[in-house]
Each structure stands twice: as C-alpha cells, then as structure tokens.
Design a protein around this ligand. Structure first.
Ligand SMILES: C[S@@+](CC[C@H](N)C(=O)[O-])C[C@H]1O[C@@H](n2cnc3c(N)ncnc32)[C@H](O)[C@@H]1O
Length: 298
C-alpha cells in the first residue's frame, strides 16, 4: 500500500468547523459590499452574503460551474470526459428523467444522465447506493435496470415528521426494483452482497469516519469490472479530501461537467488495491457490523 499510512491529512475531517473557526471565516470575508447589504437588506441577507463570499474563495459549497475558479488550485483529481472514461458509451442522446431538478447542491440533471448512462452501459443487474434521501437517484437508476435487476439503497432510518426517505419512488412502478435498507453505512452488513454490484454510488456521508465506512462498503460490494461513483467532489471538503487521499492509490477521475468522481475497477490490479484497502486501519476501524469479524470477505 503506497503512502496512505503515514499522514494525518484527514484528521480535520472528523468534525465540523468550531464556532471560533466560523467566526474567523466570516470576519475574513467581510468587505464594504457586506456592509452595504447589511444596511439595505438586513442581517440575514448580510450573513448569507458573507457565507457565500467565504464559499467563493474556499471553493466548497459552490456548484460545479464555479469549481475551477482561477484562484482555486487545490483540486488534485484530474477530470476526464465521460466518453473517455467509458469508451463506446452512447452519448448522442439523453434518457428520460423523473424529478430532474435538484435541491441545493443535490445531484444535477446531467449527473442523473451520467448515472443512468453508466447503468445502461454496464447493463448493471445490481446497483448499491449509499444515501437515498428523497429517492431521485434511486428511482432514475431503477428505471434503467434490465429485467431482474435491483438497486439496493441505504439511508438512516427516517425520523417521523422530519423526513420521508425515498418518497419520490413510493408511487412509481419501478419501486419493485428498489430495495430500501434503513441502516448506517458503518453498521450495514454487506456480506450478502459481497463483490456483486456492477455499480456503487456513494452519496451519504460528508465527514470522517463516515466517508471511510462508505468506501469500505463500496470496496466490499463492488464486483471486479464494476464502477464506483462518488458525488460532491469539489463542492464539499470531506468527500473532496478523502477521495484525493484514496486517489493517491487508485485511478480516480472527476467526470467533466459534474462533481462526480469515477473509479473503474476494471483490472485485476485495481481490484486488488481496493481489497487491500479494506485492511487499512482508517477503513477497517470505521466499520462495526454486529457479529462480523473484520477483514476482506467479513
Ligand atoms: C446527499 S443525500 C443523498 C441524495 C440522493 N442520492 C439523491 O440525490 O437523490 C445524503 C443522504 O445520506 C444519508 N446519510 C447520512 N449519513 C448516513 C449514514 N451514516 N448512513 C446512511 N445514510 C446516511 C442522509 O440521511 C441523506 O438522506
């Protein structure tokens, strides 16, 4: 395993910024325009202005069009066009999408297209998704599965009155292909699905150790020849830094025009590297499955 063992570069991803750090960031983003907004539009508008000014300079929390701004040179993963990553993919037309419009920083319409195109291209019979939320991605993936195909989608148990996990697919015929699991990524028992998924879509956690647990589960269920996609590269610090860390060891690319990362597990060498990473303490110690001894294969 290359140099993934020796550094503490991910330690700061274990918690959100403290109040002191937030105040320092807000102060660093103050300027005359923020004062003008405060006087004209009030404190809430000024707070929003300052917070977006901070995002503008740090880069995180901005949509993809803004991600490679000239002063931002801290993105380490190279980008590739979708048809370079998937030679032979039919990119001449887009599929029909359901509920295409995202909430803030959610999966964009072109990212839904990428997801469904990859499902088609791989003729995926099993897809595993971490992070169901409203079920937009699960539903659109399900619509592209071949007969007998299934998507297993995982989210935390819903909190009554607060969220309704998967509601976009509840009344859809494609729901018969969607297997909803309520569990945390760090405790889900992947063993019945070991090395069986053509596609894994990671979109659940944004801090450590959840990011490591999600990667552990993804490497456990992806089958040789499969693909792992990760959302939120460049728009959220946690996934960005964690996947840059993984990319020191693995051939990860950003899909151009999206904030999605793509890892094709399409050679024995890459598959072996993913399986070796299951033994890395950062990944291994992030998982707590009842009744399982740790290690590749469970
Ligand atoms: C960004 S949303 C997923 C969006 C969804 N893929 C879509 O675009 O339709 C992230 C989801 O991950 C879930 N989540 C967060 N932490 C989790 C964990 N530890 N285990 C499982 N799910 C988690 C959240 O409840 C949330 O619904």
């Amino acid at each position: 395993m290359a140099d993934l063992t020796k550094d503490h570069s991910l330690d700061h991803l274990a918690s959100h910024p403290s109040s002191v750090q937030r105040v320092a960031r807000a102060l660093s983003s103050l300027n005359l325009n923020s004062l003008r907004v405060l006087l004209r539009n009030g404190p809430s508008a000024a707070l929003s202005f300052v917070s977006h000014s901070y995002h503008l300079y740090s880069g995180f929390g901005l949509p993809h069009l803004w991600q490679r701004l000239p002063w931002r040179n801290d993105l380490k993963i190279p980008s590739r066009k979708i048809d370079e990553l998937f030679p032979g993919m039919d990119c001449t037309r887009s599929p029909e999408l359901l509920f295409p419009f995202p909430r803030n920083l959610g999966v964009l319409p072109q990212e839904l297209i990428v997801l469904t195109k990859v499902v088609d291209h791989l003729k995926a019979k099993r897809v595993v998704e971490f992070g169901t939320a409203e079920g937009r991605t699960a539903l659109n993936i399900a619509l592209h599965l071949p007969p007998g195909g299934e998507i297993i989608t995982l989210d935390l148990p819903p909190v009554p009155g607060q969220n309704e996990v998967g509601f976009f697919y509840w009344d859809q015929p494609a729901k018969t292909r969607i297997k909803q699991i309520f569990a945390s990524v760090d405790s889900w028992d992947y063993r019945p699905y070991r090395a069986s998924a053509e596609l894994v879509f990671c979109d659940a956690c944004d801090r450590m150790p959840g990011l490591a647990a999600e990667a552990y589960q993804a490497f456990s269920v992806v089958k040789p020849g499969g693909v792992i996609l990760r959302h939120d590269y460049s728009t959220a610090e946690g996934p960005t830094r964690f996947w840059e860390w993984l990319a020191r060891e693995l051939p990860v690319f950003q899909i151009e025009g999206t904030v999605m990362l793509c890892l094709r597990v399409d050679s024995e060498e890459v598959y072996k590297k993913t399986q070796a990473l299951l033994e890395h303490p950062l990944l291994k110690n992030s998982i707590h499955i009842a009744g399982a001894s740790r290690g590749p294969g469970g």
